[in-house]
Ligand binder design. Structure first.
Ligand code: PNS
Length: 161
């Protein structure tokens, strides 16, 4: 692959408008962003890895600067396999910082060549998280301002409404 490429890893369970804003910002200085779904998460997952990948692909459709992939195991191993050493992560609030800081240092211990670039989504996305979206959708609330239409439909299907 040619050009400047970054990997944007996450659980994306499901992808939110905040994630989408981060990808948009990353494309300002990377030629290509690979949105990578982690098969292994500390979190309780609603969608399978295959479902999360399919939903992100549906969101991005034919955008040639965005690829969607998944990985199992360590992020550093995925990056080595792809020959990429730039990682994108979004930072919404101070509360995100400790977790992100720990992750950067852990990844750095495993591979010192990896650099993580933090991007701040627009403030209108600060309160949006996949967990908040799942909770609202579980209780049959309207999440259409927080995530794309295709995700809203997938949530409705999951929660039968
Ligand atoms: O969207 P999330 O859940 O905050 O994303 C976290 C993720 C998936 C990027 C992180 O948990 C991860 O990289 N998992 C893969 C396992 C790994 O490499 N762990 C070592 C770094 S803590």
């Amino acid at each position: 692959m040619k050009g400047r490429i970054a990997v944007y890893p996450g659980s994306f369970d499901p992808i939110t408008n905040g994630h989408i804003d981060v990808v948009k910002r990353a494309l300002a200085f990377f030629d290509k962003v690979i949105v990578v779904v982690s098969g292994h998460s500390r979190k309780n997952l609603l969608f399978t890895t295959e479902e999360r990948v399919a939903l992100i692909k549906a969101v991005y459709n034919e955008n040639t600067r965005i690829e969607v992939d998944s990985f199992n195991g360590l992020l550093v191993n995925y990056l080595a396999e792809k020959g990429i050493n730039r990682v994108i992560r979004g930072l919404r609030a101070v509360s995100d910082f400790e977790y992100e800081f720990q992750m950067v240092l852990a990844n750095r211990k495993l591979n010192n060549n990896i650099e993580t670039v933090f991007l701040m989504p627009g403030e209108e996305f600060f309160f949006i998280s996949s967990s908040v979206i799942k909770e609202i959708a579980l209780l049959k609330g309207d999440v259409s301002s927080m995530t794309p239409k295709v995700i809203v439909e997938a949530l409705k299907k999951k929660f039968n409404y």
